[in-house]
Write a protein that binds this ligand. Structure first.
Ligand SMILES: Nc1ncnc2c1ncn2[C@@H]1O[C@H](COP(=O)(O)OP(=O)(O)O)[C@@H](O)[C@H]1O
Ligand SMILES: [Mg+2]
Length: 323
């Protein structure tokens, strides 16, 4: 019992000081984190930040220059075959066998990934995963004839076929149209409860849509590791409110009234919009709304200038080189 508990407590995927040099250039720089089942980690960063390289080291496809990746406490590089058994990986530009049909490819993966199962069990797993990923309609098409959206879902299907505990998905929604993105996001959300999932993206909305944790990497270094909410709260305009005025003429009067009513807030006034940024990010939106209503101002619209993760992202990464 004690041993079981000890093992269970190790259930995680770990990056321990992972570092990768290409020549003299350090592209992943002492990256450390742990991800446990139930966590969906968004791995965010601009192009060239080192996301794919980190993922390749986590999955054992690339040797680190120093540091190590561990799965359930076992070094990936010391036991790649066993550790990969618990791992599903969608590589960037996934290596798909172009000349195979989707069914042939998934069946091929099943034979590699599920060697102990009977042909019937394997077939059932294949049909199941093709339905889950909505690729059953193209099962008899060769992969080279598929659109990017279908290819990406074939890639996801091969990653989840053996129901791994750990999923590492490199830009899973890359190249998908909005509907397909939505489908892949839903699929990832559905799988999230019992698995540890790491997905990379450079799209911040994805973090809100799928993740309960976010790591931002820039120039090979982790620069933030927190919840999407905490990241959003870093925004200088968090809990601010913008009043879009019906008439330009009122702007000065309204901003004067707002300044006396909310003396601690920062109030910026342009021709037909006034931005109210509360002190210490206090949620004063409703008070501003009520005040505007009581004062009978002609307001076209109230906007929230906050909650744009992309601006936080830009702010955090603006000093980092983007290749
Ligand atoms: N095989 C390689 N040889 C040399 N440089 C590489 C190689 N692979 C990646 N890089 C460089 O390492 C950096 C990180 O790449 P990558 O991990 O693919 O970033 P991301 O996935 O965040 O866009 C980039 O500057 C890239 O050009
Ligand atoms: Mg990449």
């Amino acid at each position: 019992m004690y041993r079981l508990n000890a093992l269970a407590s190790q259930a995680m995927i770990e990056a321990l000081d992972l570092t990768k040099y290409y020549g003299s250039r350090c592209v992943v720089d002492h990256v450390s984190f742990k991800v446990s089942p139930g966590e969906v980690l968004g791995f965010l960063g601009p192009n060239g930040a080192g996301k794919s390289t980190t993922m390749k080291m986590l999955t054992g496809f690339l040797h680190p220059s120093s540091g190590e990746a561990r799965i359930d406490g076992v070094r990936v590089s010391s036991d790649a075959v066993n550790t990969r058994r618990h791992l599903g990986y969608l590589p960037e530009n996934g290596p798909l066998y172009e000349e195979m049909t989707v069914r042939e490819f998934i069946d091929f993966i099943a034979r590699v990934r599920l060697p102990d199962q009977t042909p019937e069990q394997r077939q059932s797993a294949c049909e199941g995963v093709m339905q889950t990923c909505h690729i059953d309609t193209v099962a008899n098409q060769t992969i080279d004839t598929l659109s990017k959206g279908f290819r990406q879902r074939v890639g996801v299907a091969q990653a989840i076929l053996h129901d791994p505990r750990y999923l590492i998905l490199d830009e899973p929604t890359d190249g998908l149209d909005p509907n397909q993105k939505q489908e892949v996001r839903q699929l990832i959300r559905r799988m999230s409860g019992s698995k540890a999932i790491i997905l990379s993206t450079h799209i911040l909305e994805e973090v809100d849509a799928m993740c309960n944790r976010v790591i931002i990497i820039a120039a090979g270094k982790i620069i933030a590791d927190e919840t999407p909410d905490a990241l959003r709260r870093r925004h200088p305009k968090h809990n601010g409110i913008t009043l879009r005025l019906a008439s330009e003429n009122d702007a000065q009067n309204i901003s004067t009234a707002l300044r006396s009513r909310f003396p601690a807030a920062k109030i910026a006034c342009s021709a037909n919009a006034i931005e109210v940024l509360p002190e210490n990010h206090e949620p004063i939106g409703l008070e501003v709304l009520n005040f505007a209503h009581a004062s009978q101002w002609k307001i076209d619209r109230f906007d929230r200038p906050d909650a744009r993760l992309d601006e936080v992202f830009r702010e955090l990464t603006s000093s980092s080189p983007v290749s």
